[in-house]
Design a protein around this ligand. Structure first.
Ligand code: GLV
Ligand code: MN
Ligand code: MN
Length: 417
């Protein structure tokens, strides 16, 4: 009796084949970056599944695949569902993809049964939630609510490719991103289903939960400039080694973050130049990601980290710049959506558990602009951003059924943000 779940798991496996490199981790790793050839192939596959589910489909100018299932009255306001189809490097196959494919599966059921709701449904497959390729992130979801930052288009990837050029090559249109913004009255709300990426649901013995709020996040690119030199000739006391300075900075980030309750900070990528065994590193660039449930705590931590890094740079005689690349306030889910999700979970006979999200999600782009909310699905061991990410077919099945039930009971007339 898990035919919806079985079909969904098959599609998740099929979509995971669109990967840049699956040679790591015994062929299970998945890497699908924004605007890559693999993203294009996955977007085409998702579009085909949307069409099969009875939706009218298009790729919008910022590379979101949009599928629309009309309500009883064509042109009615739409309830927006969805998540993202880009991944981190060496990802699992459920982060983002589950929310997109579960939403398509729910619409496919409505279509199969000939059901039309009093509102339209739009399933959105965003391409840019992870922010791994370019400095900015959440560009697809932000565009929907008019929050797209045009600076993002000038951002470049590791190879120096400008986002605007990659977007054009993909089939998007950097010049008409503003057209994506939904006009007042066109969209009712945004609901995202996602794996929890943490251990709480599993520990509680629950398959599904209700998200209360999403942590805010700030991201930075830190550049340290020292002096490159000969590894054999420059005595230790004469060096201005950018990598050693950066190493001290990384430890300072860890130390400061560890001293603040509920705050996390991560240096996820570091690159030293020129990058040769016999050359003292002259330049280092590293990323920094800082998150907390409360904005004032995050802001204070960012200031403290900046001060500390400036001190290290001054003491070591290196130059340093810190560029902010992303800033998202903590986002509280809408009571009206929480209420509706909770009711659907209760109707399935499941104890409704409320929990916050430490990870970022497309849903946060909508906070304050449209009513938004999220459902979390249990994942094995709370493991995510890792090829070992895993969910059960039973939980996949339940995800589609609860989403369907939510749609069928969705009271769109009394919504409030
Ligand atoms: C996305 O997964 C993020 O939280 O960085
Ligand atoms: Mn995600
Ligand atoms: Mn992710």
């Amino acid at each position: 009796m898990t035919e919806l779940g079985t079909a969904l798991m098959e599609r998740l496996d099929a979509l995971a084949a669109h990967s840049q490199d699956s040679s790591d981790q015994g062929g299970r790793a998945l890497t699908r970056l924004f605007l890559s050839a693999q993203h294009k192939a996955a977007a085409d596959q998702v579009a085909a599944w949307m069409k099969d589910a009875g939706m009218a489909v298009h790729l919008d100018p910022i590379a979101t695949v949009v599928g629309r299932y009309e309500g009883a009255t064509p042109g009615a306001p739409a309830l927006l569902l969805g998540s993202h189809i880009d991944t981190v490097r060496n990802a699992g196959k459920y982060d983002g993809n589950l929310g997109v494919l579960a939403a398509i599966a729910a619409v496919a059921e409505l279509n199969r049964l000939g059901e039309r709701l009093p509102f339209a449904i739009e399933v959105l497959a965003f391409g840019d939630e992870e922010g791994v390729r370019f400095p900015h992130t959440l560009t697809g979801s932000r565009a929907i609510v008019g929050r797209f930052d045009a600076d993002a288009l000038e951002g470049r990837d590791r190879e120096g490719v400008r986002m605007a050029d990659a977007l054009r090559a993909f089939g998007g249109d950097p010049d008409s991103i503003a057209s994506v913004t939904r006009k007042p009255g066109e969209a009712l709300a945004f609901v995202e289903l996602h794996i929890e990426q943490g251990p709480v649901l599993e520990a509680e013995g629950l398959p599904i939960g209700i998200v209360t709020a999403i942590n805010g996040a700030s991201r930075f690119s830190v550049r340290v400039r020292g002096v490159a030199g000969h590894a054999g000739t420059v005595p230790m006391g004469h060096r201005r080694d950018a990598l050693v300075a950066a190493a001290e900075m990384v430890l300072a980030v860890e130390r400061i973050a560890s001293s603040i309750a509920n705050l996390v900070a991560t240096v996820g990528r570091i690159e030293a130049k020129p990058g040769a065994v016999n050359v003292i590193p002259g330049e280092v660039v590293f990323t920094m990601d800082v998150r907390a449930p409360e904005d004032f705590v995050r802001d204070a931590a960012c200031t403290a980290i900046r001060t500390e890094l400036e001190g290290i740079a001054a003491r070591r005689g290196v130059a340093m710049t810190i560029e902010g690349t992303h800033n998202d306030a903590a986002a509280v889910c809408s009571p009206a959506i929480i209420e509706r999700i909770e009711a659907a979970i209760r109707r399935a006979g499941i104890r409704p558990l409320h929990l916050p999200s430490g990870a970022g999600h497309d849903a946060m782009s909508f906070a304050g602009a449209l009513p938004m909310g999220m459902l979390f699905v249990r994942c094995k061991g709370g493991i995510s951003h890792n090829p070992a990410e895993s969910i059960t077919v039973e939980d996949a099945d339940l995800s589609v059924r609860i989403l369907l039930d939510l749609l069928r009971h969705f009271d769109h007339e009394t919504l409030r943000a």
